[in-house]
Design a protein around this ligand. Structure first.
Ligand code: C2E
Ligand code: CA
Ligand code: CA
Length: 659
């Protein structure tokens, strides 16, 4: 195995200088002893010169092998050459007993024999991991001693020669054992090194993966901002720190107005580009090291800590709103997007991250409610409102089931004859804890908790009951109106529900009027098909709050709308405002030319009613005639009205009864 051979080469080279040095010293010692015993002799000097030259050559060759990388690239050749050098030295030493004629191994030259034996033993004991090298050095020396002993031909010498022969046997075995040990040690070392290397590699891999995963886990991949997980940890950490240092932590939640419709109309990639752009603007605007994160969807957050945190957060919010006024590239076109921002602060508004987030969310919701594109700060009223909304949402289902949510009815009056022209159903709910819950609150909550269909079905059922009861009260052929909020058409099939409810009660659809605000009519995709079905089934259709929206006239005509209900803002104080009179007059002529009935709501004074009648309004609704009331009360009102009206009609058709 090359790696083991390399280790053998290294082992030899490591002790090479000291080996050669010991050899050289021993050469001089041997020469001294020899000269002392036999006098200075020329062969001994030649021997010394030759042996030293061999040592020098061995040293040079090792340097050469190392310099040429032979030791690394061809360790087998290196071992061969080094063994050759050792053999040359061994042979030199083996020549020592033959340098003089009368060498006496057990006599005067015993010291030299001991020296030679020591050298041979030393080479083996040094535990060189390569047997051939130890043996090629020691065997010639030991053989030469044996030979010099046997040459004497006496018993003691024979005995010693025998002992030395056994010693050779021991040396060979010892040497082979040493090599085996060395090789197995080296193999174990190599295995351990390989294992350590692979562990280091695996460890480095894990560290790299960890760093990557950590980055992925903390970053939002789309915008490169911090993600929700990192934000949560950061906010909690900031609050924990603020508790100790008694500081403020201010949280801004930023939301893109109507992002969903941008995404739906321009596509998701345009939506993504928009979010990236907003992320960049936030980065460019907020440069004081505050944490900027994308919490998901179109929601971003900024956490401001340190000195004057509140003042800095307000500045950030204002600058962000300002920066959002520049157009953003959205798909193929440039659009200006609106941002709404909610602000909440620790410890003033919330005691922990969760509370702070909830407060900032409430402030954001308030900003949206107040018309978007603005920043709102949290205040305790918002919490009360949110809590109220939560209770409404929580209790609505039971209230619909139990009949606590019910319809009240407001009469509609023919301005010329004072006859009852119809009724409008308006939802009512007296909550045991909250008191009166307004219709918009009920309708919004129903949308949130997916009860819109059940709410409208409940009111529709009340409408049917009244419609069936009216003939018994002496009123025939008048409509009862039901409000349907525009968004409901997208949530469920209003047409199916109404068909079912009126079918169950056996009510003629032509006696039911459906009031929809202009918004619904603006979205023909969603509401158009259902309105057509309702119209075909015979229901009357009315456009509620007319004059406030932007309905296309062509579309109104195509839908075969029966009635326009002029918004109550036009009726109020109409007697005093000439512009309102002109507007109403125009709307009346528009209705006439389109063959549409006109009804005006919110009539509160007799004076206004008189003007409206003069302007051509035929039907009206308002506190002047009656407030919305429960069915029982309505029955009494109808009875009373029936007795009063004929009298009034005779006197003047412009004077009206008090509500
Ligand atoms: P709306 O459809 O425009 O209903 C007329 C609103 O004007 C009613 O408010 C009524 O009480 C009020 N009103 C009637 N006469 C006068 C008056 O002379 N002066 C003034 N200032 N107000 C008058 P209400 O009942 O609070 O309903 C508010 C809105 O809630 C309704 O406006 C309607 O859009 C919605 N709504 C009411 N009931 C329902 C319902 O069952 N379903 C749906 N989807 N919406 C409903
Ligand atoms: Ca209405
Ligand atoms: Ca209205």
């Amino acid at each position: 195995m090359p790696a083991v051979m390399q280790a053998q080469v290294d082992d030899i080279i490591e002790g090479h200088v000291s080996t050669l040095a010991m050899n050289a010293i021993n050469l001089f010692v041997a020469l001294c002893i020899l000269t002392f015993n036999h006098g200075l002799q020329l062969p001994a000097l030649v021997w010394l010169a030759l042996a030293l030259s061999i040592l020098v050559l061995r040293r040079i060759s090792v340097n050469y092998l190392r310099g040429r990388q032979v030791a690394v690239q061809k360790p087998q050749s290196a071992l061969f050459f080094m063994s050759l050098g050792a053999a040359a030295s061994g042979l030199c030493w083996a020549a020592l007993p033959f340098l003089v004629d009368n060498f006496a191994p057990l006599g005067s030259d015993a010291a030299l024999v001991i020296l030679l034996g020591g050298l041979a033993a030393g080479s083996v004991v040094k535990q060189i991991g390569y047997t051939p090298l130890a043996l090629v050095f020691s065997l010639p020396i030991l053989s030469s001693i044996i030979f010099s002993l046997v040459r004497i031909g006496e018993w003691p010498e024979y005995l010693l020669a025998g002992c030395l022969a056994m010693l050779i046997y021991v040396f060979v075995r010892r040497s082979l054992w040493t090599e085996r040990m060395f090789v197995s040690n080296q193999l174990a070392r190599l295995e351990a090194t390989a294992l350590a290397d692979s562990l280091t590699r695996a460890n480095n891999d894990i560290l790299r993966q960890n760093t990557r995963l950590e980055a992925l886990a903390n970053r939002d991949t789309l915008t490169g901002l911090a993600n929700r997980m990192f934000f949560n940890g950061h906010l909690s950490g900031d609050i924990a720190r603020a508790v100790v240092v008694n500081e403020q932590v201010v949280l801004l939640i930023i939301d893109v107005d109507r992002f969903k419709s941008i995404n739906d109309t321009l596509g998701h990639s345009a939506g993504d580009t928009l979010l990236c752009d907003i992320g960049n603007r936030l980065r460019d605007t907020i440069t004081d090291g505050s944490l900027i994160a994308r919490l998901g969807g179109d929601e971003f957050a900024v956490v401001v800590t340190g000195e004057r945190a509140m003042e800095r957060a307000r500045n950030h919010a204002n600058r962000v709103l300002l920066a959002s006024r520049d157009a953003i590239r959205c798909g193929a076109s440039n659009s200006v997007i609106g941002l709404s921002i909610g602000l909440a602060a620790y410890p003033d508004h919330g005691a922990n991250a969760e509370e702070l987030l909830a407060c900032a969310d409430m402030a954001l919701y308030d900003a949206k409610r107040l018309g978007r594109r603005q920043m709102r700060e949290f205040n305790p009223d918002l919490k009360r409102d949110a809590e109220r909304q939560r209770i409404i949402e929580q209790d609505l289902e039971k209230a619909i089931e139990s009949g606590a949510v019910t319809a009240w009815f407001q009469p509609q009056i023919n301005l010329a004859t004072r006859d009852i022209a119809g009724f409008e159903a308006l939802v009512r709910w007296q909550h045991p804890q909250l008191g009166f819950v307004s219709p918009p609150e009920i309708v919004t909550a129903a949308g949130v908790v997916h009860l819109s269909d059940r709410l409208t079905a409940r009111i529709a059922a009340d409408v049917c009951l009244l419609s069936k009861r009216l003939p018994e009260l002496g009123i025939k052929g008048v409509t009862v109106a039901l409000n349907v909020s525009p968004r409901e058409f997208a949530l469920y099939s209003v047409a199916d529900m109404l068909e079912r409810v009126t079918g169950e009660h056996g009510v003629d659809p032509s006696l039911i009027e459906i009031e929809i605000t202009e918004e619904a009519i603006l979205d023909p995709e969603i509401a158009g098909e259902q309105l057509k079905r309702l119209e075909t089934a015979g229901y009357k259709l009315a456009v509620d709050d007319f004059g406030m929206g932007h309905s296309s006239l062509a579309y109104l005509i195509s839908l075969k709308i029966d009635r326009l209900k002029i918004d109550r803002s036009f009726a109020q104080d109409v007697a005093r405002f000439e512009t309102n009179q002109k507007l109403i007059s125009a709307l009346v002529s528009l209705g006439e030319s389109l063959s549409l009935d006109i009804i005006i709501e919110g009539v509160e004074t007799a004076e206004d009613a008189a003007i409206l009648a003069r302007l051509g309004c035929t039907t009206a609704q308002g506190y002047l005639f009656a407030r919305p009331m429960p069915v029982k009360q309505l029955e009494d009102w109808i009875a009373e009205h029936q007795t009063k009206t004929p009298l009034k009609r005779k006197t003047s058709h412009l004077s009206v009864a008090a509500p």
